[in-house]
Design a protein around this ligand. Structure first.
Ligand SMILES: [Ca+2]
Length: 224
């Protein structure tokens, strides 16, 4: 059986600069929610009144999840196997001159390699409590987190996208895939996943201090 669990995203964040007499300005945005997540994160462009030296984008993607199972039948002796459980993160943007991404779609984190023993558990007949533990139950948890950084200097064609009075949008995606093999007619099981993405953009500049302050509202869509 193979399933994918779709989307819930929660955009919350706030951010905000207004640094007095400093030479860097940091703007952040983030989301968290159940995967699969597709969202747009937005940060403001740097104002045109100062000289911008470079832009540094830092991103952290994280995923948490667990598969839970309880054999509710009168007969035990089954092996329940989690065959695949992966997280994939993508951070990109639709910037001139080309669409780009700093976190590619080839970054998969295979949870199975981390689970003992090989994502398989032996379960007995129902132990009387649906707690996904004990002789007849099991829970496979996993979490992962990864950081990425990209510096954009004026000689980079992407640089101009960060100067102006508008916004810069980042598209973010986190996908979760899993497959599980379950034996026996009576069982109670499911998968829970959560994922998040934090993006910060640091403007290194010379000149007067920008005064813009930005906040982001929230929107939520639940799903499991
Ligand atoms: Ca139990």
């Amino acid at each position: 059986m193979r399933k994918s669990v779709i989307a819930l995203f929660l955009i919350v964040m706030i951010a905000l600069p207004t640094l007095a007499l400093a030479d860097t300005q940091v703007v952040t945005d983030s989301y968290e929610g159940l995967t699969d997540v597709y969202a747009t994160l937005t940060v403001p462009q740097f104002g045109t009144g100062q000289t911008l030296n470079s832009v540094t984008i830092a991103a952290t993607g994280w995923g948490d999840g667990y598969l839970f199972y309880e054999n509710t039948g009168l007969f035990g002796g089954f092996n329940m196997s989690l065959n695949e459980f992966t997280f994939e993160f993508v951070l990109g943007g639709e910037l001139n001159p080309d669409n780009w991404e700093i976190v590619g779609g080839d970054l998969l984190f295979d949870v199975i390699e981390e689970l003992p023993p090989s994502g398989t558990v032996f379960v007995e007949e129902f132990d009387g409590v649906i707690d996904y533990a004990g002789p007849s139950g099991a829970t496979f948890p996993y979490s992962t987190s990864h950081d990425w950084t990209m510096e954009i200097t004026p000689d980079n064609p992407l640089f101009a996208n960060f100067v102006g009075d508008g916004d810069v949008d980042f598209s973010v995606m986190c996908l979760t895939w899993f497959s599980v093999t379950i034996y026996g007619a009576d069982n109670d099981w499911g998968l829970h996943t959560e994922a998040g993405f934090d993006v910060s953009v640091t403007y290194d500049y010379d000149g007067a201090v920008p005064t813009e302050t930005t906040s982001f509202g929230g929107i939520k869509a639940l799903y499991r």
